[in-house]
Design a protein around this ligand. Structure first.
Ligand code: SF4
Length: 214
């Protein structure tokens, strides 16, 4: 049972009202594809990832195809999403899934985090999107928005994640994570949050602290 806090309760209710039915922005149709897309999304944008994944999924449609290729062959496909290490991580992760997990994307944090390129955030996204496991992946948007709105009050990703898990009902972890990301992309932007267009303005501690600047 989450800790009851009237401010947090109000913010969560408003986010529910503002963003009903928000869906993941990465395109995928199975656990292998969301794993690939999420590894590619590190330090890139979901929009950019969605541009490259159709060709990746066409030419490497299964984890076995990915395991059988090489980072050198894969790299031109994913180059626009950043570092060469991502091609390496994708191939190494696929090989481990084939060799140690029977070709199935694992379903626990512990196992997922043994794969190349998979940290806590990626594991949370895969578990949540692929398997419906309640999880709150704290990316840059979730970290910023949660702390601005004071539904978390922490200076690290780990503490923010812990507090959000305490403050949000478990059955809403995954959906609220999507709503918070959406709010961060649409309105609560990193540099110039669009506070004058934001329905949360009246209860936003960050707005009151910086009144007049946004
Ligand atoms: S009022 Fe501004 S800072 Fe607060 S949540 Fe809305 S956009 Fe973000």
């Amino acid at each position: 049972m989450p800790n009851y806090n009237p401010h947090i309760d109000k913010v969560l209710q408003m986010l529910r009202d503002m963003y009903p039915g928000v869906k993941p922005s990465l395109n995928f149709s199975n656990p292998y594809e969301i794993l690939v897309a999420t590894i590619l999304s590190a330090q890139s944008t979901d929009k950019q990832v969605n541009k490259v994944t159709p060709a990746v999924f066409r030419d490497f449609p299964t984890v076995y195809d990915m395991a059988n290729t090489t980072p050198e062959i894969l790299y031109p496909y994913v180059k626009s999403c950043g570092f060469k290490s991502k091609a390496n991580n994708l191939v190494m992760a696929a090989r481990k899934i084939v060799e140690q997990f029977g070709g199935e994307v694992p379903r626990t944090h512990e196992e997922l985090m043994t794969l190349s390129g998979v940290g806590l955030k990626t594991a949370d996204v895969v578990l949540s999107h692929a398997f419906g496991v309640p999880a709150i992946a704290v990316d840059t948007h979730v970290f910023r928005v949660s702390n601005r709105l004071k539904i978390a009050d922490a200076n690290t990703v780990e503490k923010t994640r812990e507090q959000l898990m305490e403050n949000i009902p478990m059955e809403e972890w995954s959906s609220m994570h999507l709503k918070i990301i959406h709010h961060g992309r649409e309105l609560c932007k990193a540099r110039n949050p669009l506070c004058s267009s934001c329905a949360l303005q009246d209860i936003c501690p960050h707005y009151f602290k910086n009144k007049g600047e946004n």
